[in-house]
Design a protein around this ligand. Structure first.
Ligand code: ADP
Length: 183
């Protein structure tokens, strides 16, 4: 008999975007206002050693994707989590119910990354990636178009409106699920 998972009671939401666009800020606020658990993938990789070492040039860990996916499989497929990461194309489609791609003006982004004391090369690379909308394109290539939402994240007002929008989406998602199960 196939090992089928019971239907998710809570969605799995991926919040992605270029570093500095506001993923962690959004995910933390959303987790505060819902029952969803915020998983910061960068922190998880560090804490659980899901990497192949630290890259001094880029000042970041080289992620061991197989280990990361094994670690996430039970929680992400069960639902009730917000995955917060700048890479969006490695997760199985079956895990993800909504993909939020945060966008930000590149000059605002530059300032945020400078404040973070990123090396110049890393600021330039991320800035270029934001201008080229690399992550939005990756998200659209990796997931069904209707589950990918692009949101601007430049002000506190936008942050709050975005979180409200995601919460409205969660309510609708749950309503659809309950209706389908009851049919
Ligand atoms: N919508 C927003 N309005 C104002 N400041 C923001 C917004 N989104 C992010 N920031 C600020 O930008 C910086 C980077 O945000 P963060 O959530 O850490 O980004 P990421 O997780 O994408 O790297 C933080 O100082 C945060 O307070």
């Amino acid at each position: 008999m196939p090992d089928e998972q019971p239907p998710r009671q809570q969605p799995t939401i991926l919040i992605t975007g270029t570093p500095g666009t506001g993923k962690s800020t959004h995910a933390a606020l959303l987790a505060q206002q819902t029952q969803l658990k915020h998983i910061n993938i960068g922190d998880l990789v560090k804490e659980k050693g899901l990497h192949e070492g630290f890259d001094e040039e880029w000042q970041s860990y080289t992620v061991d994707e197989d280990k990361l996916l094994d670690e996430l499989e039970p929680v992400a497929s069960a639902g009730g989590v917000i995955l917060d990461w700048h890479t969006c194309d490695i997760f199985p489609e079956r895990w993800i119910d909504l993909v939020v791609v945060l966008r930000c003006d590149h000059t605002v982004l530059w300032e945020r990354l400078e404040e973070r004391k990123y090396p110049l090369k890393k600021i330039q690379e991320n800035n270029e990636s934001e201008i080229m909308q690399t992550i939005l394109d990756e998200a659209k290539e990796s997931y069904a178009e209707e589950i990918v939402v692009e949101l601007r994240s430049e002000s506190t007002d936008e942050l709050e409106t975005n979180v409200d929008r995601i919460m409205t989406w969660i309510k609708a998602w749950k309503r659809d699920r309950v209706e389908k199960v009851d049919e």
